[in-house]
Design a protein around this ligand. Sequence first.
Ligand code: ADP
Ligand code: MG
Length: 322
Amino acid sequence: MTPITTPPASARLRVALLAGGKSGEREVSLAGAEEVARALDPAKYQVRRYDPATDLARLAAEAPELDVAFILLHGRFGEDGTVQGFLDLLGLPYQGSGVLGSALAMDKDAAKTMYQAHGLPVSPWRMARQEDGRNPARILAQLALPLVVKPVRQGSSLGMGIARNEAELARAISQAFAYDSEVMVEEHVRGREITVGVLGNDQLTALPLVEIVPGENHPFFDYQAKYQAGAAREICPADLPEQIVKQAQEYAQTAHRALRLKGYSRTDMIVTDTGLVVLETNTIPGMTPTSLLPQAAAVAGLDFPALLDRLLELALCRSETT
Ligand SMILES: Nc1ncnc2c1ncn2[C@@H]1O[C@H](COP(=O)(O)OP(=O)(O)O)[C@@H](O)[C@H]1O
Ligand SMILES: [Mg+2]
């Protein structure tokens, strides 16, 4: 039997794995980081962990000893461009989008404006004001019920609400303002929910579609369903006509370019009777082997460790050209 030899430490890529942070998605981030740390091949990578909630000074001090960062932070102060800017200042490349793309995608109002400018179909929306939470007549004159109320810069459905009448709308708007100083209201779109992953910096590849089917206990708040274990079924590749699959993949790539994204992204859409509607794009999608983008990558032939290799490769070749 040949002895197993680990390459010398110097031949391995030194990876800073950033997880934890201060957002409402801290726990999701830490759980994902465990999986990523386990899947990164120890023959290729030497991994050091950093929690931005406590370790930013240590990261800055140790940056000269690192080759690349893997950011596994969701929501504010992680997915929104702030950590990306910090790493840019340190000269440390990282997977995924830069400052501008991250910030644009995090702001659902800015993202929808960019989608529209690039010809992507979106649901009509308005920005809410604090006083609309007391009297939503102004919003009701412009948008048709049922409505979805969202904090502009949140993820994981936090602070979101659905309103089928005026009283529910007032309540949902007031509640959403507890999560963000900016709140938007958009028309509810009825249809089948899909999400489409994209890989690449300039040459893009769209992954197979995943359909998310909420469980029966979630007839209205279907958007909450997908985050509770077992509450939703995920089907990949989605069973949809070829023409819709092609269009969704094109839209996901257009969204990726429109928001100036790099490396990877995952765009959520709804398939309606009259066509596709684009909801939002995630720049640091969930990263456990069973998360949506890794599932789709696996169907396309990239297992979880190979996906991580690819994301780090894309990070390094982007840093060579910028
Ligand atoms: N306009 C809409 N019509 C129907 N469902 C929606 C609409 N907007 C959001 N949802 C539902 O809410 C979920 C979360 O909304 P999304 O905009 O993707 O924000 P996030 O995932 O960042 O919380 C979606 O996956 C979808 O199920
Ligand atoms: Mg979403």
